[in-house]
Design a protein around this ligand. Structure first.
Ligand SMILES: NC(=O)c1ccc[n+]([C@@H]2O[C@H](COP(=O)([O-])OP(=O)(O)OC[C@H]3O[C@@H](n4cnc5c(N)ncnc54)[C@H](O)[C@@H]3O)[C@@H](O)[C@H]2O)c1
Length: 263
């Protein structure tokens, strides 16, 4: 959802000046005092995300292998050169961000790579385009291991925030270990978490079914989260209107409102 929204904003930047349209760098939401890490923020979509976050007042830390293609002119933007696949470097970078900005409020896992390949060169005309083991390891390494590495390091820090809230969609999905009998499903997990953390538990699936579409439970959760964030409700509804396919706008707005009213 977020990437599509930025793609849309990126296109709108070229139409800057047209009435009523947001443009990258415009302050469409107030993020003053927030710190956001953007992986792959040196170019492309990550560069646009960084510009937009800075325009909205956030402090931004860019984690990228390559230096930014633009000059960093202010002290609220920092660049750390690293490969997101390297756990030690990522943990060290997260430490640096905390030292400089004091906190981490959000992470945008944007860095990603692709090598378009074919599985089998049946006619043996372009062997160089067959997916090699090295191609596969490279893509899975950056896109999956890299995303996991940064998310784990940042989540550790977020758990320490005393004003943080854990939002749980209380829906039982048995993992394979439980299905095969190798492990037991943990009982009373919400009560256990509540002993140490601020927990908001909702049954978003039940609410989604009331709206007649089980798939809409994610938007209900966004409504629940929105209630705990200091952004204007109107802005959330505007983002929904600008982001989802037109025929689902009303359903998404109803789901957001349902989540917002739940807590
Ligand atoms: N461009 C598109 O049309 C498109 C469409 C769908 C999804 N995406 C996804 O959006 C994201 C950004 O795409 P983009 O087109 O801006 O890509 P891009 O190649 O222009 O930029 C990617 C950035 O990530 C950095 N990066 C790559 N591997 C890294 C690593 N291991 N460690 C640290 N930094 C690393 C690169 O240096 C670069 O600055 C990617 O995850 C991509 O898969 C892009």
């Amino acid at each position: 959802m977020q990437i599509r929204y930025y793609n849309k904003l990126w296109k709108q930047r070229n139409a800057r000046g047209r009435k009523g349209e947001a443009a990258l760098g415009d302050k469409w939401i107030d993020l003053s005092g927030k710190t956001v890490i953007v992986t792959g923020g040196s170019m492309g979509i990550g560069e646009a995300i960084t510009a937009d976050l800075r325009g909205c007042g956030a402090r931004v830390a860019i984690f990228d292998m390559a230096p930014p293609k633009y000059e960093i002119k202010d002290t609220d933007t920092m660049f750390i050169k690293l490969d997101i696949r390297n756990k030690g470097d990522v943990e060290d970078a997260v430490r640096q961000v905390r030292e400089r900005f004091g906190c981490i409020d959000a992470l945008v896992n944007n860095a990603g790579v692709t090598r378009p390949r074919i599985l089998v060169d049946y006619y043996k005309q372009r062997p160089q385009y067959e997916l090699s083991e090295e191609d596969f390891d490279f893509m899975v390494g950056v896109n999956q291991k890299g995303t996991f590495t940064v998310t784990q390091a940042v989540t550790r820090v977020m758990f320490e925030k005393k004003d943080g809230v854990i939002i749980i969609n209380d829906q039982r999905i048995d993992p394979i270990t439980v299905v095969t009998g190798a492990a037991q499903y943990p009982e009373n997990i919400i009560e256990t978490l509540k002993k140490e953390h601020n927990v908001v538990a909702v049954d978003a699936m039940a609410e989604a079914k009331k709206l007649g579409n089980a798939k809409i439970f994610n938007t209900i959760i966004i409504g629940v989260a929105a209630k705990r964030m200091d952004f204007d409700k109107k802005q959330w509804l505007e983002v929904i209107e600008n982001t989802v396919p037109p025929k689902t706008i009303e359903l998404n707005k109803a789901a957001f409102e349902a989540g917002y009213a739940l807590v």
